[in-house]
Design a protein around this ligand. Structure first.
Ligand code: MN
Length: 130
């Protein structure tokens, strides 16, 4: 099995997980949003035999956002670990999110998220529909 445990695990399991360099990512104005989003990919797509295309930790500071974007043929789950933010489905109304909250954006819907207080830390999982 592949055990991802911070930097130590990347070093121990370099052949399976890859170097820390290639699984940490920083996206500016992600999906037309503001600021930047720090991304830590736990697994690479090619390591996943089942139809998951993303399993990652996202970090947004207050004012950072991921712009409104659709998901077609896939669904995305966010699980909030720390910090506070707001999420909107289809860009209509904003809902506050905080630690312990989870959201599911089904196929065919859009979402946008922004950090509001502290560093918003979320686990994001995207799975393809059967
Ligand atoms: Mn999304």
């Amino acid at each position: 099995f592949v055990f991802v445990k911070q930097k130590t695990a990347y070093e121990m399991l370099r052949s399976l997980v890859g170097s820390e360099m290639c699984i940490r990512d920083r996206r500016k104005r992600m999906r037309g949003g503001t600021g930047s989003v720090r991304i830590r990919h736990f697994f690479r797509k090619e390591e996943l035999a089942c139809p998951l295309r993303l399993v990652a930790e996202l970090r947004l500071s207050p004012g950072d956002s991921i712009g409104l974007h659709p998901h077609h043929g896939e669904e995305e789950i966010f699980i909030v670990v720390a910090g506070k933010g707001e999420i909107s489905e289809d860009g209509i109304a904003w809902e506050p999110i905080g630690p312990g909250d989870a959201t599911l954006t089904p196929s065919g819907r859009s979402h946008t998220v922004r950090g509001t207080e502290g560093e918003l830390v979320m686990i994001a999982v995207i799975g393809a529909c059967a």
